[in-house]
Design a protein around this ligand. Structure first.
Ligand code: GDP
Ligand code: IMO
Ligand code: MG
Length: 419
């Protein structure tokens, strides 16, 4: 009986899936509790690449049960396509995937609203993934959204869908509505066998002694409440989201690991105080293949921000850290870690709560020597170059938590376990 929560703790793409895949070897169940197809989770196993958007990364283990919980928003067509793609790669879903009947639906309307809103915002846009996530969550909160279980009730579904269009000032003709309902019915035929009340199962499984791994999507700085609002996603990406998203009692969250990339990245708009634009940024982007998994956009690059990282470590009450993509920093002569923010001659006492304050901060840096050697084959902490160990120690000291795992390459085997 145990639960482990693995959370991205910056702006997403921290290599959560790689860590979930590594730690998932001993999990009976892997759960996605928030987000939707805005997530792009990549696992490379024996040279083969798998990309997950709404499906939990645990699906790669043939007997692991996987859950898509209430707190997610799911595009039924996108999910069907993702599952079919993974089936074609040899993954067997039967009896292993459980989708909560209360998960919110992302409809074509939400994708249209997502892109039209971004267009309206112009230079103030968020830079969303265009997957309809914000509008879908907005409708859930406004109590006019549709949910997975609604697909089982055609008359109710028609009524709710019509009312949703009406609320958004749209009036589709009967033929268009029939076409959409027929498409939804066909997606339901594919998905219905996986839909159930998963919160009940999760609590039963935990009490019967199973080990449950919660897989975060996005990152804490994209949390709708505590992130760099309004440049955030629309769900609770932080630790508390596990409980409200999965129907899992907060007191059963036994251990929480935060995943941090060894440097910073961000996709989309919003403040990023340690962002860099020079040849080092370009080098990191190329070596780290820093292009969005979901949208292909080049990711913005920056130095490790220990002020932001300490903020998210404290918010989530992290027990330990996983530091990823350390190999990407090999060959950079000098590395920087942000240790404070300045506004004029004032050193800020903590991470600012307003994005305008963040934009006007000057980072204070600790400069550390880099290392030359390729570390992709290192499997013990003691075998890392001294400078790499000192870099990790600096992060550990600044975040006041132990590093439990270091990732030095995409493959499962390229992982250093510390505890
Ligand atoms: P996630 O959304 O947090 O799961 O991360 P993504 O999958 O979007 O992005 C992480 C990328 O880094 C993926 O392409 C992984 O295959 C890759 N990756 C994971 N760990 C490492 C690592 O330690 N080193 C390198 N070079 N790449 C890694
Ligand atoms: P994973 O799980 C990185 C970002 C978008 C945009 C903002 C809002 O792979 O780490 P949204 O489509 O959610 O309304 O976009 O959030 N974003 C991500 N950035 N990784 C992700 O997921 C992201 N999901 C959303 O770029 O800035
Ligand atoms: Mg990603």
């Amino acid at each position: 009986m145990s639960s482990l929560t693995v959370l991205g703790c910056m702006w997403g793409d921290e290599a959560k899936a790689k860590v979930v895949d590594f730690l998932g070897a001993s999990a009976d169940v892997v759960v996605r509790f928030q987000g939707g197809a805005n997530a792009g989770h990549t696992i490379v196993s024996e040279g083969k690449k798998y990309v997950f958007h709404s499906v939990p990364s645990g699906m790669l283990y043939p007997t692991t049960r996987c859950v898509i919980a209430q707190g997610t928003v799911i595009d039924p067509f996108g999910l069907r396509e993702e599952m079919q793609g993974l089936m074609a790669q040899g993954i067997d879903f039967s009896g292993r995937l459980f989708i909560d009947s209360r998960a919110g639906l992302v409809l074509p309307l939400h994708k249209e609203l997502d892109s039209s809103k971004e267009e309206q915002l112009g230079k103030n846009r968020i830079g969303t993934t265009g997957k309809g996530i914000g509008p879908a969550y907005a409708d859930q909160s406004a109590r006019c959204g549709l949910r997975m279980g609604d697909l089982a009730h055609p008359d109710w579904l028609r009524k709710r869908l019509l009312s949703l269009y009406d609320l958004h000032g749209q009036n589709p003709d009967a033929a268009a509505l029939d076409k959409e309902l027929a498409a939804l019915a066909s997606a339901w035929e594919f998905l219905r066998g996986y839909v159930t009340e998963v919160d009940i199962l999760l609590r039963e499984w935990y009490l019967q002694g199973d080990s449950i791994l919660f897989e975060g999507a996005q990152g804490t700085l994209l949390d709708v409440g505590f992130g760099t609002y309004p440049f955030v996603t629309s769900s609770h990406t932080m630790c508390g989201g596990v409980s409200t998203g999965a129907g899992f009692p907060p007191r059963w969250l036994d251990k929480v690991i935060g995943v941090y990339k060894a440097y910073g990245t961000r996709v989309g708009e919003g403040p990023f105080p340690t962002e860099i634009f020079d040849v080092t940024a370009e080098r990191i982007r190329v070596v780290g293949n820093e292009f969005g998994t979901t949208t292909g956009r080049p990711r913005r690059i920056g130095w490790f921000d220990a002020v932001a990282a300490k903020y998210t470590a404290d918010l989530n009450g992290l027990d330990g850290l996983a530091i990823t993509l350390l190999d990407v920093l090999s060959g950079i002569p000098e590395l920087k870690i942000c240790t404070g923010y300045w506004q004029g001659d004032t050193r800020l006492p903590h991470y600012p709560s307003h994005h305008l304050d963040l934009e006007s901060t000057q980072p204070e840096y600790l400069t550390l020597p880099g290392w030359e050697a390729d570390i992709g084959a290192v499997n013990k902490l003691g075998k890392l170059p001294k400078a790499a160990r000192e870099y990790l120690e600096a992060i550990q000291d600044l975040l006041e938590r132990p590093i439990e795992l270091v990732s030095v390459g995409k493959e499962r085997s390229q992982t250093i376990v510390i505890n």
